[in-house]
Write a protein that binds this ligand. Sequence first.
Ligand code: SAH
Length: 431
Amino acid sequence: PAPAAAAAARRCSGAGGEVEAAAAGSSRRAGGVLRHLLLKLRATGPVTVAEYMREALTNPGQGYYTRRGGVGEGGDFITSPEISQVFGELIGIWYVSEWMATGKPAAFQLVELGPGTGTLTGDILRVFKQLASLLSKCDVSIHLVEVSPKLTEIQAQTLTGGKVQLNPKDAPAYMKGVSKTGIPIYWYRDIQDVPQGSFSFYLAHEFLDALPIHKFQRTEKGWREVLVDIDPEVPDQLRFVLSPSRTPATENFIQPEETRDHVEVCPEAGVLIQRLACHIEKDGGAALIADYGHDGTKTDTFRGFRNHKLHDVLRAPGTADLTADVDFSYLRKMAQGRTATLGPIKQRDFLKNMGIDLRLQVLLQNSSDSATREQLLHSYDMLMNPKNMGDCFNFFALLPHHRLAHPNKKDNPQSKSPLPPVAGFAELVLK
Ligand code: SAH
């Protein structure tokens, strides 16, 4: 039936075959994720925002990331590594600096979550190659965790030139290859598939903001969870509703001392941090997490992006990127004291501490044409200006406690000079 007829049928009659038929008809016109959700909502009632977000982003057949994952200028959003190669180079230096500060272990694996187009990984690998004299005796491997088949393909092309092996017998990865710089790369769908038990660095850039959040609203009757339901007035349209009573989530995720009226919680990010903290505590390493976010102060940050413009989060799920600010205070809590945490520190402070100004000077001196120089200055401004990405993006790190311990000379007179400060979170240490 036509949309108006379907709506009229649903409004006039109660439950019954006529409604079912009209509903099925309207669902067929909706896009893949929406059609799936409409059927589900009709069958079992409202879903949490987390479930909605998971379907919209990573539904195996139709999710936004599964099908397209629009990073880059021609896509829906642009990220720092896509803006400037300097960003990834400085992150590469961060890992080398941490590797040196931990006594240059004989091997490390770098595990990246949600590598997008692979640009950031490529820039890091270039730094590893440039510092080959330092790293030559270290056995380095790259492990990429990615759900999107489309993006996996792009990463393989960027990093290996497309020379990859599917379902290798000798590794738990679904794909493996060798980088253009000669370093083995493995792909997984889930971090739990990545081999454990060895010194590991972790990287998550604009990854945690894509993980599903629960949303809560304070009401006169107490906390209620925000849910997604079908709008009874408009065919094929979704709306937010509040849970009629408390739910297990309102009990588990809202702290008694909470002062905000609206709260977003991302339990998947919490579980991930717990996992990383356990691994780092046991096997050594570090995690560097960079994203836009806050320290437990913001309220409603759930947003959609399509073609670089804001997009109604409930419209056409699967066709737009959905994201929510990362709550770093929650991440700190979820590390549960297993590791030390540093940050969040603003992107412009982190990059300044990492020596971005010096790097820019060198690149400017080395480029003779004005278009390149202009481009360099423009991308510097995008990354550093508080009006662009300088203030809203933050860096946060997990490190073993002993990495930050100040050796006590009295207890340990043999100890050498104090450990170097962690790069980026203090003024530049690696020149
Ligand atoms: N780090 C990149 C891309 C950020 S976009 C950059 O900064 O440019 C988010 C990335 O996370 C994409 O690669 C997306 O496909 C991936 N992703 C999203 N949800 C995921 C999940 N649940 N598991 C694994 N990867 C996921």
